[in-house]
Write a protein that binds this ligand. Sequence first.
Ligand SMILES: C[S@@+](CC[C@H](N)C(=O)[O-])C[C@H]1O[C@@H](n2cnc3c(N)ncnc32)[C@H](O)[C@@H]1O
Length: 222
Amino acid sequence: MPNILDAYQRVAGLSKLYDAMLTNAGLLGRLALKIFWGLDSAAYEKFLAQSFAGVPCDFNGRLLEVPVGTGVLSLPRYQKLGAEIFCVDLSDKMLDAAKARARQLNLRGVQFIRGDAASLPFADEFFDLVLSINGFHVFPDKAAAWSDTRRVLRNGGIFCGCMYVKGVNRRTDFFVEKFCDRQGFFSPPHETLTTLQARLNELYRRVEVTHVESFAGFVCRK
Ligand SMILES: C[S@@+](CC[C@H](N)C(=O)[O-])C[C@H]1O[C@@H](n2cnc3c(N)ncnc32)[C@H](O)[C@@H]1O
């Protein structure tokens, strides 16, 4: 099986196409979202809203985003926050794309750090909020990533984001198994809505799990 880092180093070279799919832009991006993920434009807006539901509009604490990828979904939102933001990704090429976007947006107060979600380069309880958009279906060492994202969050802090869950849409599950997993973009085994809820209940309190098609959104407190 190809490794995750190689897979995303390659994605960075196709970042325009990748960004188009993530932002529901252009014919190809919209078709890919509809066919593979079952998301039409209305569902896509709900997916976006649930992905960022845990980040207060006036958040001004210390925020970790892992993985940031190209930052296409998150960085524009950071313009409105007065927060201290740390964006982490394993792939230096994805990070380069995110840094270029941050420069274009003239973003201040955002640091980009190459790192592994399974072994984060931060002290215990360093963050007030940990955001993970489309990360946990990708991380190979999921147990370590669940544990280390929790370790760096302070007590009372918010853990939120979104991820793929299997068992909701059969076409999406087929696409994930035959393409995303095999090409090394995702790492099985994948959570279902039920196992995700149970896992978060073990680690956090006030757990809320929602979903739009095969994307689960989560917001909880440590
Ligand atoms: C599907 S992308 C999601 C990125 C971004 N949040 C988004 O939605 O555009 C997955 C990202 O996870 C990164 N990644 C994979 N394994 C990682 C790990 N162990 N630690 C940190 N980042 C990782 C990849 O380099 C890639 O940029």
